[in-house]
Design a protein around this ligand. Structure first.
Ligand SMILES: Cc1cc2nc3c(=O)[nH]c(=O)nc-3n(C[C@H](O)[C@H](O)[C@H](O)COP(=O)(O)OP(=O)(O)OC[C@H]3O[C@@H](n4cnc5c(N)ncnc54)[C@H](O)[C@@H]3O)c2cc1C
Length: 464
């Protein structure tokens, strides 16, 4: 427990109303969206309202060797926001201002607590969008999604968060504040700091401001559903669409288990006899190009034994995306523990990976559904189990080990978008090797030698 004196110093820094120590509050910050991780209450939750406050909090924490856990909306799926060593949770819910929308330069400057959907609402009146689109756009924050380098449904055509962060203000573990990047399209001054801090999961510095890139909103789009009798046909259609040189904004897949569960959950008329579905959206500025791309998609889908349905109205389109966004909540409703992975493979191995996931589910006698961003090779095998059944939980762990082993064997990676956090740290050496782990530690220790920023996440501690 923290000394009362530290709490009083925090209250003096940010105001009493921005320091939470009640048990109900501490419980609320003891977990994030990740299943299967022990909960840990922090000693205190602090809600800063300025970067200067963040600097002072960091200096206080460093002097007293207290861990700091930055937190956005807590929707990450790798345990990134869990305060493993107690200490301070730094919540950005009060630093949620959109500081500027510069339509002439296609940029926006935001505080880290801005919710992604709020930024999109603010820029829509200028005919612009901020493309990164995780399933949690309506809750996840700009700071949290930058720290995770979140991807989402539009990654295939538009890229991921790192492609849209042009500059930042970051408070370092020393308490210094650095600013880098900005509104210029080109900037090769110094190391590429934005790309160092994007995806660093709160372990290298605390993001207090971001400059985001915006793009013109596409004017036309076509949303389609490909229905397949086999996973292999669906996987081949994914490869075929890309080979036809069509890059859809979205190219999502669901297996049979996910289709049935979503249909039971949302009642939107999905074909429950299908073995697999592809949800495909093409978009652009030219109606002719969008129409031609939709036709090319249709040829590939039918050429791979699929049926293609096109959404004719906005309502039909919304229903299809509701189906996709409901995949995880629907699966999660089936049991009391849901383990969602994001093993990612080269696109050419998508079919192999889908089949491997199903086989692993059968081998360990588990309920396993797979959905995900097929166009990116980014699958979300999702395992449901009863957390009170220790024997079943042990089988889940074995299955997860095997999923990652297969993903790496197929030339893939441990995480396409959910990050390493606590959940995947034990596999990191399998992908990076010892020299890669050493490099991670060297970077971490250069910036945060005392491991006060999000300790126990992403970077394994040294063994001695
Ligand atoms: C149903 C569901 C669907 C999802 N779909 C997707 C998806 O499609 N694609 C995808 O990529 N992810 C997805 N996610 C994961 C998650 O939503 C994203 O990682 C999200 O962007 C995290 O934002 P957050 O504000 O909740 O961050 P948090 O969970 O609060 O934090 C995430 C990490 O960032 C750090 N952090 C937070 N704020 C700061 C800051 N200001 N400075 C430094 N570090 C900070 C935290 O310490 C933590 O390590 C999904 C999650 C759920 C539950």
């Amino acid at each position: 427990m923290l000394d009362q004196n530290i709490i009083e110093q925090l209250e003096a820094l940010v105001g009493k109303e921005n320091v939470l120590t009640g048990k109900v509050d501490l419980v609320a910050y003891s977990y994030d969206a990740t299943a299967d991780l022990p909960r840990q209450m922090p000693d205190v939750v602090v809600l800063p309202t300025s970067a200067e406050m963040v600097q002072e909090i960091v200096r206080l924490a460093r002097r007293n060797k207290i861990a700091i856990y930055p937190r956005g909306a807590g929707t990450n799926l790798s345990g990134g926001a869990v305060p493993l060593k107690k200490g301070i949770v730094l919540s950005f819910q009060k630093m949620n201002a959109i500081l500027e929308v510069d339509a002439a330069n296609l940029t926006a400057v935001v505080q880290p607590g801005v919710v992604i959907a709020a930024l999109n609402s603010a820029v829509a009146q200028h005919g612009l969008i901020y493309p990164p689109d995780p399933g949690t756009v309506a809750t996840a924050t700009m700071g949290g999604s930058a720290a995770e380098n979140s991807g989402g449904l539009r990654g295939l055509k538009y890229g991921v968060t790192k492609n849209y962060i042009m500059g930042m203000e970051v408070v370092l573990a020393s308490g210094e504040k650095v600013r880098f990047g900005g509104k210029t399209v080109k900037n090769v001054t110094a190391y590429d700091f934005s790309n160092l801090f994007v995806g660093s999961e709160g372990t290298l510095g605390i993001i207090t401001e971001l400059t985001a890139k915006l793009i013109p909103a596409p004017k036309y789009r076509r949303t389609m559903m490909g229905v397949f009798k086999s996973l292999a046909d669906a996987g081949n259609a994914v490869a075929g669409i890309i080979a036809a040189q069509v890059i859809p904004a979205t190219l999502e897949i669901m297996d049979r288990m996910t289709i049935r569960t979503v249909e039971d959950f949302a009642h939107i008329g999905l074909p429950v006899d299908a073995e697999s579905l592809l949800l495909i959206e093409v978009d652009g500025m030219s109606e002719d190009v969008v129409r031609a791309e939709a036709e090319a998609v249709m040829q590939v889908v039918t050429g791979n034994n699929g049926d293609l349905k096109t959404a004719e109205t906005d309502q039909e389109r919304d229903q299809l995306w509701t189906a996709r966004r409901n995949a995880l909540p629907a699966l999660a409703s089936l049991n009391n523990m849901v383990v969602l992975e994001d093993a990612t493979v080269p696109r050419s191995r998508i079919t192999d990976m889908l089949i491997a996931c199903q086989d692993i589910g059968k081998k360990y006698n588990l309920t396993l559904g797979t959905f995900g961003h097929a166009g990116d090779g980014n699958l979300h095998p999702t395992i449901l189990c009863d957390k009170r059944n220790q024997e079943e939980v042990a089988r889940v762990h074995k299955a997860v080990d095997e999923i990652f082993e297969v993903a790496l064997r197929f030339g893939g990676t441990l995480s396409g978008e959910h990050g390493i956090g606590v959940a995947k740290m034990k596999y990191l050496g399998d992908e990076l090797g010892q020299s890669g782990l050493n490099l991670m530690r060297n970077i971490k220790e250069a910036l945060d030698p005392e491991y006060i920023l999000n300790p126990g996440k992403m970077v394994p501690l040294r063994e001695n």
